[in-house]
Design a protein around this ligand. Sequence first.
Ligand code: GSH
Length: 225
Amino acid sequence: MKLIIGNKNYSSWSLRGWLAAKQSGLAFEEITIPLYGDDWEARKREDSGIQPSAGRVPVLWDGDVVVWDSLAILEFLADRVGRDRFWPKADDARATARSMVAEMHSGFTALRNECTMNIRRRVPGIRLSDAAKHDVIRVLQLWAEARSRFAMGGPFLFGTFCAADIFYAPVVGRFLTYGIPVPGFAQAYMEAVWEHEWMRQWVAAAEAEQWEIQQFEGPVPKSSA
Ligand SMILES: N[C@@H](CCC(=O)N[C@@H](CS)C(=O)NCC(=O)O)C(=O)O
């Protein structure tokens, strides 16, 4: 299998696809392509690896079979190796995990737009719009519910590392980058994610990348509080 991803520093959907590939336990070759460089628009048109996704990453190739979009990649891999590797076994936990993943995949637009993933960066004290503040509160509510109801077996949302952690890992990065204040239970969860072996690998690679995307490096509005 071959997984095409974007810059590890900036590409949150790539991180999800990559963590899903790691979680599958299957061997895969990883190809990183720099997003938004001078030749990006041309590459989107011409690179056959990312044509099926109209130039978006991540894209997974399994021989001639192609699957794009982080959630489709995760589900494709779950079909290959078994659902239990990705999703909690109990119906109520799995229903909650699936709902949380779907909500992340289709929502949280304000948070995503105002706090773009930038693993290397630390700019604490960002001023968020009301919509983004609402997104932060919603994330914390979801984490609290998962941790209090289903996380008896470990430090992650549903105990052991699963699809929900894969989908919320970039949010952990965003909270760290922009210094979003969180309660203690969330801090402990964020530490567990950041210390996970695969996250350490991803962060080290992001820090080693030389590419800079200027549109994601500009000043951020600061909170006066
Ligand atoms: N819904 C897609 C989103 C993929 C996506 O927007 N990827 C971004 C990188 S994080 C991208 O490829 N952007 C390049 C572009 O749109 O030109 C997924 O879940 O994979």
